[in-house]
Design a binder for this molecule. Structure first.
Ligand SMILES: [Zn+2]
Length: 156
């Protein structure tokens, strides 16, 4: 973990102290909502690139809940006033790392989903559920391919 080369201004250090807590809240809400809908998943899968926050192992769907500040949400991201260049470089590295992890996961056959911490829980859960359903359906369709049934032959 790299550190700021010079002391931060009070506002920035206060925000950074708040950051971990405010990051986990939307994630917890999303987990509760997905659970309520009957979806089952694993958390912070250590064996996967980037340790996705929510992981559906069978459907191979990985979900990241991204904080607006660190992951540069287009609506809320700001650059701290002090050490602007240092922050900008750090954010650029973060974004590049995010994209690299996405590519790694995709190469391993995972569907990667990013949810912003500011997204409404219901809307975020809808997106996750849709991706999950799509994967479950297409995967089970693939595994039944060797069956010798003839759908649409019209006996009945
Ligand atoms: Zn945001």
């Amino acid at each position: 973990m790299d550190r700021s080369p010079t002391p931060l201004d009070a506002a920035t250090s206060a925000r950074l102290r708040r950051q971990p807590r405010s990051d986990t809240k939307p994630e917890a809400a999303l987990r509760r909502e997905l659970h309520r809908r009957g979806l089952r998943f694993r958390l912070n899968h250590p064996g996967l690139p980037g340790r996705p926050d929510i992981v559906f192992t069978r459907a191979k769907v990985a979900v990241f809940v991204d904080g607006c500040f660190w992951h540069r949400c287009p609506e809320h991201s700001t650059v701290p006033r002090n050490n602007r260049d240092w922050w900008q470089a750090k954010f650029d590295r973060n974004t590049a790392r995010d994209r690299a992890k996405d590519a790694e996961l995709a190469a391993l056959g995972w569907r990667v989903l990013h949810v912003w911490e500011h997204e409404a829980t219901g809307a975020a859960a809808d997106r996750v559920e849709a991706a999950w359903r799509h994967r479950v359906k297409s995967r089970s369709a693939g595994s039944h391919r060797d069956r010798t049934s003839h759908p649409g032959s019209g006996n009945g």
